[in-house]
Design a protein around this ligand. Structure first.
Ligand code: ADP
Length: 423
């Protein structure tokens, strides 16, 4: 393993793993402080530490980093969101300082910028589109309200040490100048250095300048530049997209009610059998995992879909009757249990709609790691896990994917290429 990454949430980890695979590194995504398959060039550990108590976040991050270093990683990447989601107390600062100590790194960049998503950092201030972070809506975030756009000032509240800063003019004055500035920050005792970037070329310049850093921190933006460093050093095998074909029946499980998912369910139902799960029936106990599993088994040859997807007014009604959290958890547990029951019985391909639903399915399947394959649609890679043989997965969150995504995902997992009419 060359690059070891720790992401502070599951979705971020998936995006990162996809980007590193797309960047040409053979990539494995680990779940939790996951273990498992380690013969890869980039390993991404998905933690849930963004809003965890600080001590937990530090402990879990250190444990993950130690394991990655034991696998031979030359560089550790700590990835957080491009809106720098954190509180005045943490967790980005404390985790970064702990990782600096662990890796014996002199200095690390702090670079949340991600211009492709409108997140730009200028004079240490983070913008979302044309608004300062603190006027972007993020100031009202329920868990991590970002009320200060000055990342240096915000981070300083979270850390023991002083914070450095490198402005755009230095970033644009060449690799040597940038490296000199980073060294000067270290000499001044600033080990966390907030670096400006407003375009992809700035991120590429920063990434090139930190090729030999033991620790990098930032969002997906800076992460995307890292594979190139390993490529230039001649360390990549070029086998990133090699994934095994998965033989065996497939199923679609959709617990997402977002607009794209509604279209995708309707599109899939045109040519495949479907079982609609009524949450009220589920809450009453009249539908069970076992019943649904038997239905899937009867229809297994036809790529069936089981879905709880419903129109917003139906969802509202159910949520008011049973409570939003309770009904959500019940449906997630149902899909998790169904995935496990079906995988135990020989289903080899599972396409999931919904990010929380995906997390429930991955947890219930007890997966420790997934090899990241080529993208099916932007941001949605094919994943291969090992569960008594290869198990093919595609995990589709919210509004991503084309209307015919479900069947195309199953076809890609099986190595087929079929196309159905788009709704
Ligand atoms: P998305 O990625 O589209 O946000 P998620 O799976 O993350 O999808 O979230 C959808 C949430 O809605 C889950 O908690 C799921 O259990 C819940 N849910 C799914 N179907 C229904 C429904 N018919 N009524 C109420 N809640 C539902």
């Amino acid at each position: 393993m060359l690059l070891g990454a720790i992401a502070d949430d599951f979705t971020g980890a998936s995006d990162l793993a996809n980007a590193l695979a797309r960047g040409g590194m053979s990539t494995t995504q680990f779940v939790g402080a996951g273990r498992g398959k380690t013969d890869c060039e980039a390993g991404v550990i998905a933690l849930k530490t963004r809003s965890a108590p600080i001590d937990d976040a530090v402990r879990q991050s250190l444990e993950a980093a130690r394991w990655l270093l034991d696998q031979g990683c030359e560089q550790i990447l700590f990835q957080y969101s491009s809106t720098f989601d954190s509180t005045q107390a943490g967790n980005i600062g404390p985790v970064t300082e702990a990782l600096l100590r662990l890796t014996n790194a002199g200095v690390t960049v702090v670079c949340p910028a991600f211009p492709a998503m409108g997140r730009r950092l200028f004079m240490g201030h983070l913008f979302v589109g044309d608004r300062l972070l603190s006027e972007s809506g993020m100031q009202d975030h329920p868990l991590t309200p970002m009320t200060d756009p000055d990342i240096r000032r915000w981070l300083r509240q979270q850390t023991r040490g002083e914070i450095g800063g490198i402005t755009l003019d230095v970033v644009r004055s060449g690799t040597a100048a940038l490296r000199n500035s980073l060294r000067a920050e270290l000499t001044a005792g600033h080990r966390l250095v907030v670096v400006d970037a407003i375009e992809d070329s700035d991120l590429a310049a920063i990434a090139a300048a930190i090729a030999d850093h033991k620790l990098v921190t930032g969002s997906l933006g800076i992460a995307q530049g890292l594979p190139q460093n390993f490529r230039e050093q001649g360390k990549l095998s070029g086998t990133a997209a090699a994934v095994p074909l998965v033989d065996g029946p497939g199923v679609v499980l959709c617990g997402s009610c977002s607009t794209a998912s509604q279209n995708q369910v309707a599109c899939h139902l045109q040519n495949h059998p479907g079982l609609a799960i009524d949450p009220a029936v589920l809450m009453r106990g009249s539908m069970s995992v076992e019943r649904a599993a038997r239905w899937v088994e009867l229809n297994a040859a036809e790529n069936p879909i089981v879905y709880s997807t419903a129109a917003p007014e139906v969802v509202d009604f159910v949520q008011q009757r049973f409570g939003q959290a309770d009904v959500g958890k019940k449906i997630e547990a149902f899909f998790g249990g169904l995935a496990r029951r079906l995988a135990d019985a020989g289903i080899r391909q599972i396409v999931v709609g919904g990010s929380e639903t995906s997390i429930a399915v991955v947890d219930a399947l007890g997966l420790k790691s997934m090899t990241v394959g080529p993208e099916i649609d932007p941001g949605l890679p094919l994943l291969i896990a090992d569960r008594s043989g290869p198990l093919g997965l595609a995990l589709k969150s919210g509004n991503l994917g084309t209307p015919d995504f479900f069947i195309r995902a199953l076809d890609r997992i099986a190595g087929l290429e079929r196309h159905f009419a788009v709704l």
